[in-house]
Design a protein around this ligand. Sequence first.
Ligand code: ZN
Length: 311
Amino acid sequence: MSNRVLGIHHITAIAGNARRNHDFYTKVLGLRMVKKTVNFDDPGTYHFYFGDEVGTPGTILTFFPWEGISAGKVGTGMATEIGYSVPEGSFEFWTERFKQHHVNVVGTGERFGERYLSIEDPDGLKLNLVVSKSNDLRKPWETNEVKEAVATRGFHSITLTLKSIKATAAILTDIFDYQFTAKEGNRSRFVTDAIEQAAIIDLEEAPEQSGAVNAGGTIHHIAFRVKDEATLMQYREKILIKGLRITEKIDRNYFFSLYFREPGGVLFELATDDPGFSVDEPVSELGKGLKLPAQYEASRAEIEKVLPVFD
Ligand code: ZN
């Protein structure tokens, strides 16, 4: 693994009801809950992580479920669509499954020569299942109802909606080493060759759209992947040199992070591969118990009392 940005590490979004969020992602979509913890900045709120068996970077979608939160609004300055890679021939299965589970299917289409099936999660967050042109060999998590032949492989891409794409594109190309590859309508595609999958960022230019409102059913931030802390800190320097503000290194228990707001308004994070989700429970047990960071362990009883019961 190189000292480059290795595509998407994780995507974090905001949900309403915890049980509804958990059931949609684990049961309907067939992901594995790889970690059940709390928001480290607000320990009365859950933080859910969904992904493949071990929570491989590039498969991890995380949520803060806030009961009763108002619906957000997509618009500029936000990541607005999540692309999941699915196998060729799986749309029939998914269409039937979404119908059965009363999932809002937005429609199907084709972008950059790849077909997609577009849906909304129960909070209105847009997900596209995409049949990737590249051969996606990632091993998916499998459930009784969602078998390997149809299961999602992890992220295909993410879309950022922006008033103007110029400054954001420069971050992707000049700092993160992405290449502009194609344009379709108001959508420009940027791809990194540092990693095979979860390597695509689409920038959608929408000068007439109003600014996004970050609340229920919208994406809070996207995290780019680096292999280790040394690489993380090299990127911190590169971002500072560009004149942007960036946080100090933050220990998120399962990875180390830096956050900065890119000039188009989207909150970016850089996150490391190590130590990973098996740092506090074995792979076979991932997501089963409520895991708390050390500073909250003494308050476990009170925290458990205020968290909604959902399973
Ligand atoms: Zn994050």
